[in-house]
Design a binder for this molecule. Structure first.
Ligand code: SF4
Length: 319
């Protein structure tokens, strides 16, 4: 459904480039929820923008390509590549951005935000028919149709996020990208949002990509996931394998730092900080924090190694 081929993207700032995404290569399959995890600043939100083709200065794609595999109006297969993915926005691929309050127009009622978005990308329909379809869709998602009359500030944070998810999925896109969909929400609301995303995915049988720094979100909802570190995708695999048999030292440290019921041992964070993406080091980018680092690690970038069915990681220890 969605394929990334050795994609690198960077921010062009006055004093050079910040290489936020480096040679990322993976695919998202049909009918799955794929998670992208990693510390703040590792490039996961930039990667999501690259996947959606939301490339605005100073962000630019340095190399590689993104492919969205879809079908045209006649049902024939079509591939949209970066630079043309916007032609398939909302219908084939949609995006739930981070920060529901900031992305909705504060002076426009929710109903008009639906009308404007759908009309802009897919022509004006009869308004009454469209409103009826929107109301029915909100009901299916267990959202009160009254939200259509509200302004964004009249809705709670959780309700705004639900409205954004409804808007992003109204045209039944085959791929939905969601950036930190549960951030800044309390635990009960978070659970509701995850349940909603999961139900929508099951209903549409589409593909979802969820970016979150919260490993609990990935554990609860994703089928496969990728771990990003300093702009690179350092491990990809089925979610249960990532949690139970992590292979990359960074992933192992991330998993070991998670609290578990019945485990009262003192949890430790990962010492050190990620390298600057303006001037990333040669070799393995995790070397300065890795307890297993050798001279080879500091000099030579590790290749991707297959470690199981659909599971791979980039570390010299695995060779
Ligand atoms: Fe650690 Fe070396 Fe593996 Fe990097 S390549 S994670 S430094 S062992």
């Amino acid at each position: 459904m969605l394929k990334l081929n050795q994609v690198s993207a960077q921010y062009n700032i006055l004093t050079g480039y910040v290489k936020a995404v480096d040679k990322v290569d993976f695919e998202v399959r049909k009918n799955e929820i794929f998670g992208i995890a990693g510390e703040s600043g590792c490039g996961k939100s930039t990667l999501l923008k690259v996947m959606y083709d939301l490339i605005n200065y100073p962000l630019e794609i340095a190399s590689g390509s993104v492919e969205v595999h879809a079908t045209d109006r006649k049902g024939l297969p079509v591939i949209y590549r970066n630079g043309e993915i916007h032609k398939s926005w909302w219908k084939d691929i949609s995006y739930v951005p981070q920060g529901a309050m900031h992305v909705m127009n504060p002076v426009t009622r929710v109903r008009n935000q639906f009308f404007d978005t759908i009309s802009k990308f897919h022509g004006v329909k009869n308004k009454k028919t469209l409103e009826h379809e929107i109301t029915e869709y909100l009901r299916e998602l267990e959202l009160p149709p009254d939200v259509l009359k509200a302004y964004p500030h009249q809705l709670s944070g959780g309700m705004r996020q639900r409205v954004l998810i409804a808007l992003a999925t109204f045209l039944h896109p085959s791929i939905v990208l969601a950036d930190e969909p549960t951030t800044a929400l309390d635990v009960v609301v978070q659970r509701g949002i995850l349940t909603m995303l999961s139900q929508v995915q099951k209903k549409l049988k589409n593909s979802m990509v969820i970016v979150s720094h919260d490993m609990g979100v990935h554990y609860q909802i994703t089928n496969r996931m990728g771990i990003m570190y300093a702009g690179q995708m350092i491990e990809v695999g089925p979610t249960d394998r990532i949690f139970n048999e992590p292979q990359h030292p960074y992933t192992k440290m991330l998993i070991n730092a998670l609290p578990r019921i019945g485990d009262n041992s003192q949890k430790e964070g990962i010492p050190g900080t990620p390298p600057s993406l303006k001037n990333p080091p040669a070799g393995c980018r995790f070397a300065a924090r890795c307890p297993h680092a050798t001279e080879l690690c500091r000099l030579v970038e590790p290749d991707r190694v297959n470690v199981g069915e659909g599971h791979y990681a980039s570390c010299h220890l695995l060779n």
